[in-house]
Ligand binder design. Structure first.
Ligand code: ASP
Ligand code: MG
Length: 424
């Protein structure tokens, strides 16, 4: 049997009817058996559902915004389908279920589980709409619920994959279908051993593509994006970007580690392990080669700029007149691990440990509460963490203009700064 090929389409590639038609055009000449199409929620749907959850949490009315989200999906359907198509009651039904789930009890203690239970509707809606549209124009595809394939633990919102079980499920449930039809499935979502919906972390659909690829030993993965491939800086924020035609797994992984959002950080490893090439291509220019990430790619030294927004700098100062020792670092890291907070940057001095983390609802409060007896804690929110790989002085200087630096670190190959725009 021919090897499986995986395509992943993110939110921007299905954000409106024109985008869905464009996706269909891309598939028209490429559709074949043994193709899996992984799709995430349309446009900014996941953010919108997060908004519904926040409204619910603050005991505000979420119905109005849920109706707006429904109109958005129905509006796309109106442009794609005839009036009497079965997609309309389908979308209505999914919103009845979503509203029903939003009525369930929610508190800080079940927040993560509740979140996964309702956030998955974005992916369910998108895959139903795309599957029905493809079938309606004679591109026959089969819809598959990713929760029957991606088996995870119960760490809601940041679930860990059970690779063995997932592989079994993919081989048993997907291969027989793939022998006859391409399959459309959701990114980002999975389920735990009790069948409860879990998610792999925001923007996790790329990772889903890699999990499926690894489970089926696929021949390649292609991520279709609104950028021409992997660039040395975000073209929406920096002028004069350079497109990598190829990248080695390690260099691509390093970029995602520092926050390059073009691919999800967990995507590379499963592919590198099996030497499965990853293509990042533009859905606006599908014939262009894009970037190929693979093991034998040439490595490069081009300055690469990565910006992470919404960062918090927290410093822990010892209270007694001791100096920072290993056990202090352990104390801090223990709590970070329990709260599933990743450290984006760490610096220690004689009496303080400084860490930089992503801003996350509730997490900072909890961290402060847990460590306030041991340390005097200060923090700064609303910061940016800028990383330059293969830096040179000119590039660094340019990035400091107009910003105040709160923390800096540099090695021969990496320069990092936590910065905030200077007040005028
Ligand atoms: N829809 C999810 C998100 O926006 C997953 C993804 O886009 O990959 O985070
Ligand atoms: Mg998304």
């Amino acid at each position: 049997m021919a090897k499986t090929v995986i395509y992943k389409f993110g939110g921007a590639s299905v954000k409106d009817a024109t985008a869905v038609r464009n996706l269909a055009d891309i598939l028209r000449n490429r559709l074949r058996k043994n193709l899996i199409i992984v799709i995430s929620a349309m446009g900014k749907t996941t953010n919108a559902i997060e908004g519904l959850i926040s409204a619910k949490l603050e005991q505000k009315d979420f119905y109005q915004n849920s109706t707006i989200l429904k109109s958005y999906h129905l509006g796309i359907c109106q442009e794609l389908f005839p009036e009497n198509h079965s997609i309309f009651p389908k979308v209505e039904n999914l919103f009845i279920q979503l509203n029903h789930d939003l009525e369930l009890p929610l508190s800080q203690s079940n927040y993560d589980e509740f979140y996964d239970r309702v956030i998955c509707y974005g992916e369910l809606l998108a895959t139903h709409i795309v599957m029905e549209f493809l079938c309606s124009i004679d591109l026959l595809v089969v819809w598959k619920d990713a929760r029957e394939l991606i088996q995870t633990d119960s760490a809601f919102r940041f679930a860990k994959v059970n690779w063995e079980l997932t592989k079994k499920k993919c081989q048993n449930q997907l291969l027989p279908i793939l022998e006859q039809f391409p399959v459309v499935t959701q990114g980002f979502i999975g389920s735990d051993s009790k069948g409860r919906t879990t998610t792999l972390g925001r923007e996790g659909s790329d990772f889903t593509a890699a999990i499926l690829a690894s489970s089926l030993n696929a021949s390649s993965v292609t991520i279709w994006k609104d950028v021409p491939g992997i660039l040395n800086a975000d073209p929406k924020r920096f002028p004069d970007t350079y497109l990598f035609d190829e990248l080695e797994y390690r260099q691509a992984a390093e970029m995602t580690y520092y926050g390059a959002s073009v691919i999800h950080p967990k995507t590379i490893k499963p592919l590198a392990n099996l030497n499965i090439p990853l293509f990042v291509k533009s859905f606006l220019n599908p014939e262009a080669a894009g970037t190929k990430i693979f093991g034998e790619a040439k490595s490069h030294q081009i300055p690469t700029i990565i910006l992470k927004e919404n960062q918090v700098l927290v410093s822990f100062k010892v209270k007694d007149f001791t100096f920072i020792e290993e056990h202090h670092i352990h104390q801090v890291y223990d709590q970070l691990q329990q709260l599933k907070l990743r450290v984006n940057m760490l610096q220690t001095s004689a009496i303080t440990i400084s860490i930089v983390i992503d801003a996350q609802l509730f997490k900072l409060e909890q961290l402060l509460k847990r460590l306030k007896d041991q340390f005097e804690i200060r923090y700064n929110e609303g910061l940016e963490l800028l990383t330059i790989l293969h830096p040179n002085e000119k590039v660094i200087e340019k990035q400091l203009e107009g910003f105040e630096s709160l923390l800096e670190q540099s090695t021969r190959t990496t320069f990092q700064i936590v910065r905030r725009a200077k007040q005028a």
